[in-house]
Write a protein that binds this ligand. Structure first.
Ligand SMILES: Cc1cc2nc3c(=O)[nH]c(=O)nc-3n(C[C@H](O)[C@H](O)[C@H](O)COP(=O)(O)OP(=O)(O)OC[C@H]3O[C@@H](n4cnc5c(N)ncnc54)[C@H](O)[C@@H]3O)c2cc1C
Ligand SMILES: NC(=O)c1ccc[n+]([C@@H]2O[C@H](COP(=O)([O-])OP(=O)(O)OC[C@H]3O[C@@H](n4cnc5c(N)ncnc54)[C@H](OP(=O)(O)O)[C@@H]3O)[C@@H](O)[C@H]2O)c1
Length: 426
């Protein structure tokens, strides 16, 4: 009897379908961009499937960010389409509040991603006119392959899908703890330690500040230049101010005004080792994707000497780092705040719409739609507000085709039905 059950089980496994035809688009990624695209499609009445490699929505926010993180931009620029933040949320919601909002967002629009399913490859099949999306589904230690066949593919895997781990001479011999900022939670465990923070973007600055607040001694590596702007200027959000000015003034002038205002509020940052790039902050963001730092307290710690700004790294050795100026520092741990990259080139077999860097080649606002039903959500270098605008455009585009085809289908069905009725009268 037991053997019979075993046989039936095996047979069920054998007959498990290995592929499915999706009625509607496949959305790869259940971060804010994927959720926003799904919600907008729902409103258009278009069915979809969301595939997510992690076991939860917004895995970047839930698993790969530090505890003290808050949104850097005011909440009106970070909420997703069709559902605002709760009214009692502060101007800059905390990470926990943002995650709660995203969870209620998914629930509100009844979005149920397929978790633990990582897309391995996707390619357009010219002959059939369909996308073939291959995934690996993980159930415990068990891994199975699956394939989705669909007309539309929405790439929402994010600009920060993989962490950038630099290859620095001697790092493997260093001996102390080395982590990427995506694994940093709090300075608690670094209490009393000398920590080298590599990188001075928003992550590097905030990790350094957090280390200070936990009685660690951070040295922050600034190998080139960085624009530091205050998060607020005279009580108004710097970002909001820039958006407002951009409505009337050219970008170069807004950049100049931003730098004058930043100088009035922060003073000359260069004297603390924070050299400014020759290109303005907005132009640099648009052309190179380099985000300016919005200061939330790190600069004060740099001024007071609690955060030690140091130049680029020459090499590591056991318990030590040598800098390009020849200085040697004894250190206990290293936090690599060296940024992130897109992973699209590793799985999407396409070279026309996406570039080698994993971003759409066309700049904002053109980079949301490719050919043959390919779309990109959340690659605008404009954070959450860019993700929302992509999602609305994509859903409207697919929704229009969907409704038109459904109308045609209904007409054909009614005509066929009428023919049947009239034939049956003979
Ligand atoms: C520390 C930090 C703080 C930030 N703070 C802000 C902020 O305050 N405001 C702002 O506007 N932006 C901020 N950002 C930028 C951030 O990228 C966006 O806010 C937002 O997370 C982008 O959403 P997304 O859905 O495009 O990407 P993600 O949030 O990265 O979501 C992409 C999802 O795709 C999944 N995925 C990736 N590859 C695959 C695959 N092959 N198969 C299946 N699933 C896959 C990932 O697991 C992930 O869940 C921050 C980024 C970081 C790193
Ligand atoms: N609260 C928030 O809103 C918040 C907080 C954190 C992050 N973020 C966002 O998350 C995204 C990623 O930010 P991030 O700070 O993690 O990354 P980032 O902005 O890409 O900064 C990476 C930093 O690492 C440096 N770096 C890289 N390789 C290096 C090396 N080998 N040696 C020395 N320095 C090196 C870079 O220097 P170079 O400039 O010289 O290359 C740069 O300073 C951004 O969009 C950011 O705005 C937001």
């Amino acid at each position: 009897m037991e053997n019979l059950f075993r046989l039936v089980d095996q047979e069920q496994d054998f007959f498990q379908p290995k592929w499915t035809l999706v009625n509607g688009p496949i959305i790869v990624g259940a971060g804010p961009s994927g959720l926003a695209a799904a919600a907008c499609l729902k409103e258009q009445g278009v069915p979809f499937v969301v595939v997510e490699r992690a076991d939860c929505i917004a895995s970047l926010w839930q698993k790969r960010t530090y505890d003290r993180l808050k949104l850097h931009l005011p909440k009106q620029f970070c909420q997703l389409p069709k559902l605002p933040f709760p009214e009692d949320y502060p101007e800059y919601p905390t990470k926990r509040q943002f995650i709660e909002y995203l969870e209620s967002y998914a629930k509100h629009f009844d979005i149920n991603p397929k978790f633990n399913e990582c897309v391995q490859s996707a390619r357009y099949d010219e002959t059939s006119g369909f996308w073939r999306v291959k995934t690996v589904v993980s159930t415990g230690s068990n891994k199975t392959e699956f394939e989705y066949i669909c007309r539309w593919l929405i790439v929402a895997t994010g600009e920060n899908a993989e962490s950038v781990m630099p290859d620095i001479e001697g790092l493997s011999e260093f001996g102390g703890e080395v982590i990427h900022a995506c694994d940093y939670k709090s300075g608690e465990k670094f209490k009393g330690q000398k920590v080298l923070v590599v990188g001075c973007g928003n992550s590097g600055m905030e990790v350094s500040l957090d280390l200070c607040n936990h009685n660690a001694s951070p040295s922050m590596v600034v190998r080139s230049s960085v624009h530091v702007l205050p998060r607020e200027i005279f009580g108004k959000s710097t970002f909001e101010l820039a958006v407002l000015m951009m409505k009337w003034l050219p970008l170069w002038l807004v950049d100049k005004l931003m730098l004058i205002l930043a100088w009035l509020v922060l003073g000359n940052t260069e004297k603390y080792g924070l050299k400014r790039p020759s290109t303005g902050p907005l132009e640099l963001k648009n052309t190179k994707g380099k985000t300016p730092v919005l200061d939330i307290g790190a600069l004060e710690k740099i001024r007071s000497g609690d955060i030690n700004v140091v130049p680029g790294i020459k090499r590591f050795s056991r318990g030590q780092v040598e800098l390009v100026n020849g200085e040697k520092l004894e250190i206990d741990s290293v936090v690599l705040a060296t940024g992130y990259r897109s992973n699209v080139p590793s799985w999407l077999e396409e070279g026309e719409f996406f570039g080698k860097n994993g971003y759409p080649k066309a700049p904002f606002p053109q980079g949301w739609k490719g050919k043959a039903g390919l779309y990109a959500a959340g690659f605008t270098r404009r954070g959450l507000s860019g993700a929302s605008s992509d999602a609305m455009r994509i859903a409207h585009d697919i929704g229009t085709v969907w409704k038109e085809e459904n109308k045609q289908l209904k007409k054909r069905t009614i005509a066929r039905h009428r023919r049947c009725i009239s034939l049956s009268q003979f």
